[in-house]
Design a binder for this molecule. Structure first.
Ligand SMILES: Nc1ncnc2c1ncn2[C@@H]1O[C@H](COP(=O)(O)OP(=O)(O)OP(=O)(O)O)[C@@H](O)[C@H]1O
Ligand SMILES: [Mg+2]
Length: 630
């Protein structure tokens, strides 16, 4: 957010202006489309403007006031040269010694008028600037917030397919896009339109031919910029993509800093960087050079227009139509228009780039989340917390089958251990139960209610999860534990921490519960993080518990602490433990043996061992040292 806000103060401000359609982005449209395609939609310019307008219109009064002040401020550019012309005509007609008092008086009024207009413009600019200093940052903040909220609604698959670095960049890009578009349209384009129309009218009244030369010359420049920038847009889009890709790559490297160190991968990463950055810089050079070509062409046109304009003016002066003051007038308008069209190339390119960037970001807003509540979804009502898997078929990707007709009943209040070889689909069971992914076929029922037909919020709040490798926020331990139930008091958090056997290690930290745990909880050991996750689950106190047991070699003290903590947690809950440790497996009521996405055996430890050819017995014999599967 800090970056987002700082972008605002670049002061390349504001608006989508009047010409933006008030089209609201309509999620239902995408609902239909995305039932078929789950990829990000191609965002049209109209949809992007719709998204920006939806956020800007919350302060539309402020926005129109800004536009109003900017228009008045820029009218000064038209009136000022005209008064200057009158002033010069006044002094050029008379020799100083012959100047009558009345003319002196009139010239003095012109000077006052010039100062007055400058002052009026100054006031209008200040008002618009002050209003914009509220309007732009507040709108950008809301855009970024909407982006972040839209991101949270997306599925696990979405996150798996996108680098976090790129996503962060895309959040802020929509703010930048708004900033650039508003700035370009309100400050630059409106100024050019007013200068062009105003000067055309005034010059037309003096001499139509002069007005025509200036008008046609300016139009040639405007069209050149417009069509060239439009043609160049495809390169700007490629540039934005290259930018996102390199940000994603950087972010992946930074996340994997440990791997880079452990596997002495600096040289290797340098090679990868060279490739990604190479693609980026090739694109940057290309787009930069294309911009330079436009600038060069514009400079040529300016020289030609100036020549034709002055030549024509000279002719009309010679035949007595134009005065000396008219030269000042023509020159004043010419300079104003040139200064505004000179930057027009950059302004149009900024607009296109902002549109390209904004489209890249708005896809996140417009894409319907893959996993969402169905129409008329009701909250899940838990009575017993019995879970039934009915012929569940599931794969993460097309053509992949991880769970094959998986059928199993997890009875209310019982403890189940899922065991089986690595990759047999144990963790997947937890993921589909939480509806992090949807099934290809079959049903999962909790107390007779299909999880697909209940609200995601009620489903997920009924299940506590302790993941294999818990990730924590870089927030205090107090906040991290309280995340399990954000309505709890400090005392309740500490109570849960005690039950999860993490109070002691937290107390030994210099800042205790106020200790920050580092990104993803990196400053804690694996066992400590897992106990924090257990404390969270205790606070959440959901009727169903899914526990993906860590296989990392915890020392026996940590392991027994975790076992104690788990014992507390499982009390009275329907528990599914993806179990690797013998100590855990033996405590469970039932053991579910899985192989290649199917249930191959169910029973107690003793029952399963009795079966001579069972997979469980085989696993047991191979790893009698205490671990099974994984
Ligand atoms: N996000 C994913 N995208 C694609 N395939 C995946 C994904 N997650 C898991 N898989 C695949 O699904 C299969 C089952 O994975 P799962 O994580 O359920 O195995 P597991 O039984 O928990 O293994 P382990 O004991 O090693 O944790 C594996 O073949 C795995 O490669
Ligand atoms: Mg697993």
């Amino acid at each position: 957010m800090a970056y987002c806000l700082s972008a605002v103060f670049k002061l390349s401000w504001l608006s989508i202006g009047n010409n933006v359609s008030s089209h609201r982005f309509n999620c239902d449209v995408f609902f239909v489309i995305l039932n078929v395609i789950m990829e990000e939609p191609q965002v049209s310019t109209r949809q992007l403007l719709g998204v920006l307008w939806t956020h800007a219109k919350k302060r539309k009064g402020m926005m129109f006031l800004i536009i109003f002040f900017v228009i008045f401020a820029q009218l000064g550019d038209i009136v000022h040269p005209y008064i200057y012309k009158l002033f010069i005509d006044g002094i050029s007609k008379n020799h100083f010694s012959l100047v009558p008092e009345t003319l002196i008086h009139q010239l003095f009024i012109y000077i006052l008028a010039l100062v007055g207009i400058s002052f009026f413009s100054w006031i209008c600019w200040r008002f618009s600037a002050v209003l914009a200093s509220y309007f732009v940052p507040l709108t950008i903040t809301e855009l970024c917030r909407s982006m972040a909220l839209a991101l949270f609604a997306h599925s696990v698959r979405f996150y798996q397919n996108n680098f976090s670095g790129s996503l962060v960049k895309r959040i802020f890009r929509i703010g930048d896009a708004f900033d650039d578009l508003f700035g370009a349209l309100v400050w630059n384009i409106s100024g050019l339109v007013i200068a062009l129309l105003g000067s055309f009218i005034v010059l037309y009244l003096r001499e139509p031919m002069i007005a025509l030369v200036l008008f046609v010359g300016t139009l040639i420049m405007v069209f050149l910029h417009f069509f060239y920038s439009r043609w160049k847009m495809k390169y700007d889009i490629l540039m934005a993509e290259a930018d996102s890709k390199s940000a994603g790559e950087f972010s992946d490297m930074i996340t994997n800093f440990e791997n880079i160190k452990l596997f002495t991968g600096v040289q290797h990463e340098k090679g990868r960087l060279k490739k990604v950055q190479g693609a980026w810089s090739a694109m940057a050079i290309k787009t930069w050079q294309l911009s330079e070509i436009a600038d060069a062409a514009q400079a040529g046109i300016v020289i030609i227009v100036e020549f034709v304009l002055l030549y024509t003016a000279l002719h009309y002066w010679r035949i007595g139509v134009l005065t000396v003051g008219d030269f000042a007038l023509i020159q004043g308008y010419f300079m104003t228009i040139i200064s505004k069209t000179w930057s027009l190339g950059r302004v149009i390119r900024n607009i296109y780039r902002a549109i390209a960037n904004g489209k890249e970001s708005a896809g996140i807003l417009l894409m319907m989340p893959e996993i969402r509540d169905v129409k008329g979804a009701k909250p899940l009502k838990i009575s017993q917390a019995q879970i039934v898997f009915e012929k569940v078929r599931f794969g993460y990707q097309k053509g992949q089958t991880v769970l094959k007709k998986y059928s199993m009943t997890f009875k209310a209040g019982k403890r189940y251990a899922l065991v089986g070889p690595s990759g047999s689909g144990k963790s997947t069971i937890g993921k589909v139960l939480l509806r992090l992914f949807d099934l290809q076929s079959g049903h999962i029922l909790i107390d007779g209610q299909d999880i697909k037909k209940v609200t995601l919020e009620s489903l997920r709040s009924s299940i506590s999860v302790v993941p294999q490798d818990p990730v924590l926020f870089h927030r205090t331990l107090m906040e991290n534990i309280r995340y399990g139930n954000r309505d709890t008091t400090d005392e309740e958090v500490i109570e849960a921490a005690k039950k999860a056997r993490c109070h002691e290690f937290i107390e030994n930290l210099s800042d205790g519960y106020e200790t920050y745990v580092g990104e993803r909880g990196i400053k804690l050991s694996g066992g400590e993080r897992q106990r924090v996750a257990i404390a969270r689950a205790i606070l959440k106190n959901a009727p169903i518990l899914v526990l993906d047991e860590a296989t990392s070699s915890l020392d026996s003290e940590s392991e027994s602490l975790i076992q104690e903590a788990l014992g507390e947690l499982m009390k009275g809950k329907t528990t599914i433990v993806i179990a690797h440790r013998l100590s855990t497996i033996m405590k469970m009521d039932q053991i579910v043996v899985m192989e290649q996405g199917k249930v191959v055996d169910v029973g107690s430890h003793k029952q399963l061992l009795r079966k001579k050819k069972s997979l469980y017995r085989k696993l047991w014999e191979i790893q009698a040292g205490g671990f099974i599967g994984g």
